[in-house]
Design a protein around this ligand. Structure first.
Ligand SMILES: [Zn+2]
Length: 74
């Protein structure tokens, strides 16, 4: 999953994320017809918009995961 940062207010923890997802799930029905969904696997996760919960900006939110990956390597 991506990591986000708001350049406008510095928020790194709270975002509204709108995304479309493609997933594969094991539908396991009981004999009574009750459905239990098991071993859900996300095949595709496409983020459509990210809005900062602090300042409401959706233009200042940047993906922070490249910087995080770089800091792990050091
Ligand atoms: Zn913000």
């Amino acid at each position: 999953m991506p990591k986000y940062r708001c350049d406008n207010c510095g928020n790194k923890t709270r975002f509204d994320v709108v995304a479309s997802e493609r997933s594969k799930s094991f539908f396991h029905y009981s004999l009574g017809g009750e459905l239990g969904i098991e071993s859900r696997e996300v095949l595709e996760f496409v983020v459509e918009s990210v809005t900062c919960r602090w300042c409401g900006s959706n233009k200042s939110v940047v993906d922070d995961s490249a910087e995080v990956a770089a800091s792990i390597e050091q």
